[in-house]
Design a protein around this ligand. Structure first.
Ligand SMILES: [Zn+2]
Length: 306
């Protein structure tokens, strides 16, 4: 049987919010089977006992402009995608995430610090079968020049191509393919950082956003080059970060996917459009569980797909 997973114990960290620039504390806690990932704001009036739970689910997405945000009523939480990618990549089905601010700490701009945090907590199997979404026929979204397709595939595979009219992108790989039967989320994706352009930073700052953004958590480019002293962590770090974002966004379906994701210039908004399309086209996929782990695609048959 492939079972659902959660964390073994509670773990905490602090960091800075990319947009607010405020210090934010985050705790990840174990949760029972079939809870999913639940976020709770502990800074609301009345303290933790009054905190509203916001399920990490496509139905609660409220903004996709700069990052993926979820909310219920007036309570919102922004930039959840890198933590969601870490949960997806490590196959964590159930967890409670508590934080005392309106956005996740940006950490180093990648999912690696969250992977480390989850690994420090330890991973525990629960006595309930893990549910997967298996894609049965193509689901396609085209939005504002971006294109995404989910198609049937016995495993989890990603292909991504980005396109920017900028000299840096002439020198670095703009396309990448990964099959998780032979590649690892932790080794091959998790370390890829957020990237941005100096001109956008200045525009965002004038709107009182990106206050926590710095070369410590973003790969920044001016008109010609990368400004970070140490350059890139991976030659295809830009593409890999877009894949990381997609993994995090796709996990808002609440289940791991068995299929192939192909993205062209896609981002949070088109990822969200895709999730809505998946919900609409419920005959294009099915839920599956695996009574025998050996019957599952290789990328999910291991105790931890990492
Ligand atoms: Zn990102």
């Amino acid at each position: 049987m492939i079972y659902q997973r959660t964390l073994k114990r509670r773990v905490s960290a602090t960091g800075v919010g990319l947009h607010s620039g405020e210090k934010i504390s985050i705790s990840l806690r174990p949760a029972l089977a079939d809870t999913g990932v639940m976020f709770r704001r502990t800074d609301v009036a009345g303290g933790i006992s009054a905190a509203i739970s916001i399920a990490a689910n496509v139905k609660n997405v409220c903004d996709t402009r700069l990052a993926t945000s979820i909310g219920v009523g007036d309570t919102k939480i922004a930039t959840i995608e890198h933590l969601m990618a870490a949960f997806a990549g490590l196959g964590i089905d159930n967890a409670i995430v508590e934080l005392d601010g309106c956005e996740l700490p940006i950490m180093d701009g990648s999912a690696a610090p969250f992977v480390y945090l989850i690994q420090s907590a330890g991973i525990e199997e629960l006595g309930a079968p893990k549910k997967f979404i298996r894609i049965l026929r193509d689901i396609v979204v085209e939005h504002d020049g971006a294109r995404i397709c989910l198609s049937p595939y016995n495993g989890f595979r990603m292909e991504y191509t980005l396109e920017y009219d900028h000299p840096v992108f002439l020198k670095h790989a703009c396309t990448s393919t990964l099959d998780f039967s032979s590649k690892s989320f932790v080794r091959d994706i998790a370390r890829a950082r957020t990237f941005g352009f100096l001109a956008d930073f200045e525009r965002l700052r004038s709107m009182d956003l990106a206050r926590g953004g710095s070369l410590d958590n973003t790969v920044v480019m001016d008109e010609f080059r990368i400004l970070n002293k140490d350059g890139l962590r991976l030659d295809d770090e830009f593409v890999k970060h877009k894949m990381l974002d997609a993994i995090g966004d796709l996990y808002l379906l609440g289940y791991s996917l068995i299929g192939c994701f192909k993205g062209f210039k896609s981002g949070h908004t088109s990822n969200y459009q895709l999730l809505l399309r998946v919900l609409e086209q419920s005959d294009a996929w099915e839920f599956v569980t695996f009574a025998e782990a050996e019957a599952a695609p290789v990328s999910f048959a291991q105790p931890v797909f990492a």
